[in-house]
Design a protein around this ligand. Structure first.
Ligand code: IMP
Ligand code: MG
Length: 187
């Protein structure tokens, strides 16, 4: 295991601070609490990147709700999307009639989100919306897809922390940082 201090020397720049994250989570939680009064709210976290955002946003929403997770992968250990999205659904999760709010770590090309939304619609969800912690400004988003709730819009840089990884590491940082390119170009 790498010590956190060792991990932190791999960060070039902090993009979103811990304090900014907690403030934003409270704001989003208030909006969602207002918007989902009387609904069958299900927070559907996309593993593994959303795990910290899910834990925080769930506690900022003051409504009865259900928590589910889904696994989707399009990256492997590369920094560019492979273009192919695999979705693994829990067979015990009954989607029909539920108001699904997808909790995503980041929207990059948007392919993961597109695949997930289609899957929810196919299973007759009552509504499907998305709350993305980060949205990247990128020319790779060739499809017309966006999130109804967005934490922060960030430039087109590879970031880690607050759930986001590079090669399964750095998820435990409490802020979002830009990874030094030397980390992923040295292999
Ligand atoms: P998309 O299908 O290209 O939108 O990719 C979304 C997924 O790619 C996210 O859920 C992340 O797991 C991963 N991803 C995209 N950009 C980054 C990044 O800058 N850092 C870490 N993971 C990323
Ligand atoms: Mg990832």
């Amino acid at each position: 295991m790498l010590a956190v201090t060792e991990v932190e020397t791999d960060i070039e720049e902090i993009l979103v601070t811990t304090e900014a994250i907690s403030q934003k989570v409270q704001d989003l939680g208030k909006q969602i609490t207002n918007d989902y009064q009387g609904k069958n709210l299900v927070l559907l976290g996309v593993l593994k990147g959303s795990f910290l955002f899910m834990a925080d946003i769930a506690r900022a929403i003051h409504l009865p709700l259900q928590i589910e997770f889904i696994q989707a992968s399009s990256y492997g250990s590369n920094v560019f999307s492979s273009g192919e999205v695999k979705v693994f659904l829990n067979p015990d999760f009954n989607i029909k009639g539920k108001d699904i709010l997808i909790i995503e770590d980041i929207i990059d090309a948007g392919l993961t989100l597109k695949a997930l939304k289609e899957e929810m619609v196919r299973h007759n969800a009552a509504s499907v919306k998305t709350c993305a912690f980060l949205e990247k400004q990128t020319s790779r988003r060739t499809i017309d897809i966006s999130a109804e709730y967005v934490g922060f819009t960030i430039p087109d840089k590879f970031v880690v922390g607050y759930g986001l990884d590079y090669d399964q590491k750095y998820r435990n940082l409490s802020y979002v940082g830009v990874l030094k390119p030397s980390i992923y170009t040295k292999e």
